[in-house]
Design a protein around this ligand. Sequence first.
Ligand SMILES: CC(C)(COP(=O)(O)OP(=O)(O)OC[C@H]1O[C@@H](n2cnc3c(N)ncnc32)[C@H](O)[C@@H]1OP(=O)(O)O)[C@@H](O)C(=O)NCCC(=O)NCCS
Length: 226
Amino acid sequence: MISRLIPNTLIYLFNYIKYKILYNNSRVSPRSFLYGVKLEKNNVICGGNYMHNCRVGSHTYISGNDGGGIVSGYHNVVIGRYCSLSNNIEIITASSHNKNFVSVFPFYSMPHSFCFDKKKSREFTKINPVRVGHDVWIGSRAVILGGVGIGSGSIVGAGSVVTKDVAPYSIVAGAPAKVIGHRFSPEIIEKLLKIEWWNWTEERIKEKMPLISGGKVEEFIKKNEK
Ligand SMILES: CC(C)(COP(=O)(O)OP(=O)(O)OC[C@H]1O[C@@H](n2cnc3c(N)ncnc32)[C@H](O)[C@@H]1OP(=O)(O)O)[C@@H](O)C(=O)NCCC(=O)NCCS
């Protein structure tokens, strides 16, 4: 018990100091593991997330994840600004097993295998990174597969498995995720995508807050159209 507690406390302390130095304008839980991660600013990363090779836009928050491990979590992902990512989301950009071989078991790649040989290892196929736009809300326990693009303003329902691109401002749900609605009409979506409020200064966003959060979208567009 004590022998387990000491290394865990040391890792916690190490992460606490590392994240304070690297991400001093964001709040990152020492219970998360971040490698090669760039946080733009004012982000919140709750505990239990495993993030590798990711870029996260300002103010985006990622809720807690009780998965951990090598393939769960966030890998090779670019996430935009002001996104709300709920708990236990998994973005699977780890490589895939080769489905055309007689066996899908990675004989040459597993260090414990009697055939382990790194030079012959061709069992895994490369998977493309995932891109998440701005102002996206992803529900709890959603799974996003590699190579998928999730458009700005869209919503991914809880427990969905996203296998294809998600258009901006659409609402998708289910496994595989299908479009169940759109947040606004095509004309309004086009205008919102031109306005790109997420690229405004914080001062300007604050000034327009009564319209951004709670106001009528038509009025917001009328007052901010380019
Ligand atoms: C995606 C979501 C926003 C849709 O809300 P909505 O637009 O009000 O949709 P509705 O509730 O009217 O449902 C529309 C249809 O989609 C289905 N649906 C909704 N959410 C679904 C989901 N997550 N998975 C599968 N189907 C779903 C409904 O059953 C309904 O089907 P029907 O037309 O056959 O009856 C919501 O259901 C959801 O999943 N929210 C995420 C909640 C969450 O994870 N919160 C975490 C804390 S932030």
